[in-house]
Design a protein around this ligand. Sequence first.
Ligand SMILES: NC(=O)c1ccc[n+]([C@@H]2O[C@H](COP(=O)([O-])OP(=O)(O)OC[C@H]3O[C@@H](n4cnc5c(N)ncnc54)[C@H](OP(=O)(O)O)[C@@H]3O)[C@@H](O)[C@H]2O)c1
Length: 274
Amino acid sequence: MNYITLNNGIRVPQLGLGVWKVPNEEAEKAVVQALETGYRLIDTAKIYGNEVGVGEALAKCDVSREELFITTKVWNSDQGYESTLKAFDESLEKLGLDYVDLYLIHWPTPQYDSYVETYKALEKLYKDGRTKAIGVCNFEIEHLERIMKECEIKPSVNQVECHPYLQQKELKKFCKEHGIYLEAYSPLMNGTKVLEDPVIKEIAEQHGKTPAQVILRWHLQTDVIVIPKTVTASRMEENLAVFDFELSDVDMDKIAALDRGERHNADPNEMNVR
Ligand SMILES: NC(=O)c1ccc[n+]([C@@H]2O[C@H](COP(=O)([O-])OP(=O)(O)OC[C@H]3O[C@@H](n4cnc5c(N)ncnc54)[C@H](OP(=O)(O)O)[C@@H]3O)[C@@H](O)[C@H]2O)c1
């Protein structure tokens, strides 16, 4: 496992497990399996409805709390200062933890104009030592600029959709310039067509790796944190086996050329579901 260091000095495994769309009952089994396979970062959210299952797995496992890196997120309907503090308490209780490692705003939902107040609640939680780092998801440059202007603590992470068909080059550059780590969600485009891309397949054949491994390796080499989701034990191993090979500059250039700005998930400026 590779570790990176956030702008506040916190160390993070560069590759973790996402558990979106994993039902609560299945989440416990999946997280136990992942921890046994060697994963240490688990990415959940209130809206995934599986914080209890994740927490049960954490309680069962032999891995020390210090080794784990647990992320959860405040949902859109809980945005606002007091409501975020309350939602955080509920998440922590469900997870059975006394702190999380990273607490994120799930979506900016700019129509409701409450992400600044919400972020101020995250700052309080951070100052109180209840989360080791704070950040955001799905924030575009204008949302990040506003947070940096109106709040005190710079976000450590911006978790956004990112894969070879949506490479987020401009946002990546902006985040890098401001010391904000980009964390790639749906890194395999939610298990869809990018895995069938002929260029990816050709590079995979050349390296004796799978298309998923090539894509995950590309993420690592572009210096982002990456959180592929799988509930399949063999894929957990496959997705973790990406630290023993390297893509050449030519491979990286070929993948860079696949960018087509294609989203699989909602557009952050239009997503306003509560
Ligand atoms: N902040 C946000 O708004 C946001 C939004 C979306 C996602 N996320 C986070 O990011 C995580 C990952 O994103 P995601 O779940 O959308 O999609 P993803 O990780 O890109 O893809 C997951 C899909 O790919 C399949 N898969 C995994 N490894 C594979 C492999 N080696 N070969 C072939 N197929 C493979 C999985 O199937 P099986 O599970 O059946 O094996 C699953 O259907 C989420 O779980 C969540 O934690 C955050």
